[in-house]
Design a protein around this ligand. Structure first.
Ligand code: ZN
Length: 253
């Protein structure tokens, strides 16, 4: 889309935003994770979240009513990873399906066709290649506390990873980034985590990260935004790659 048309469209959507200051405050009160952002960053995030909610369809499954608060809480978390990347990174799909709490998937073993599904029980989220993101409302609402876990960031990290095909732990890298350097940093860290777990050593990263390279990227993305020092101290080369990819340095705030 031509740049001026895009700007015009975005301004129009923002001008007609249905969300009030009270709505934002209510959502933000659930998201201490975002306290680290300065005012400009928070304003950008709110704009991005408004555009996200305009472009995407958030649908409740079963009896779930998708409240404004739930929409904003999900959108704000979903847009944190793309704060300095832009909404284009979530192109190619439209639906976010929300279940009240953990859900049981109706499909099994379909990683081969591009679905990344979480085997944590009960299932709390999924990302489908070119398809929906599936989230548990309960886990999404509770994700903003700073504990190193964030379902929404996890599932949307899979979406970023899928921008260049099946989720494999390497999203499309920016100009100036090096695929061999990314692979070297992530492969070494992934092998180290598997090794530490196999030998019963204590690790500060969720063991789920060791189940597949795609999960390693998604889990490390959660920790990068929630507890950046843990990533920086445990796997500094991975931290460096994530700062270059997300164009954010959560430790420099
Ligand atoms: Zn996952």
């Amino acid at each position: 889309m031509l740049e001026f048309l895009r700007n015009w469209r975005e301004k129009r959507i923002l001008r007609h935003s249905p969300y009030t200051d009270t709505d934002w405050q209510q959502a933000l009160s659930r998201l201490p994770l975002l306290d680290q952002l300065n005012k400009d960053e928070l304003d950008s995030l709110k704009r991005l979240a408004t555009l996200f909610l305009h472009d995407k369809s958030l649908e409740g499954a079963g009896d779930l009513v998708v409240t404004t608060e739930l929409k904003l809480v999900i959108a704000l978390q979903a847009c944190l990873p793309i704060l300095n990347l832009g909404l284009d990174w979530y192109e190619g799909w439209v639906s976010v399906v929300i279940y009240p709490a953990g859900f049981t998937p109706v499909h099994t073993e379909i990683d081969e066709v591009g679905v990344v599904h979480e085997v944590r029980s009960p299932l709390s989220g999924e990302s489908w290649e070119r398809g929906p993101v599936v989230l548990s409302a309960e886990d999404s609402m509770g994700g903003g506390i700073v504990d190193g876990h964030n379902l929404v960031i996890h599932e949307f990290a899979h979406k970023l990873d899928m921008q260049n095909g099946v989720a494999n732990g390497m999203p499309p890298l920016h100009r100036g980034m090096s695929a061999p350097q990314w692979s070297k940093a992530f492969s070494a860290a992934y092998a180290d985590l598997q090794n530490r777990i196999a030998h019963g050593k204590s690790v500060s990263i969720d063991h789920y990260a060791a189940t597949a390279p795609a999960e390693f990227f998604a889990v490390l993305s959660e920790v990068f935004f929630e507890q950046p020092r843990v990533v920086q101290q445990t796997y500094p080369a991975v931290y460096q790659q994530l700062t270059e990819f997300y164009r954010q340095n959560p430790l420099n705030v």
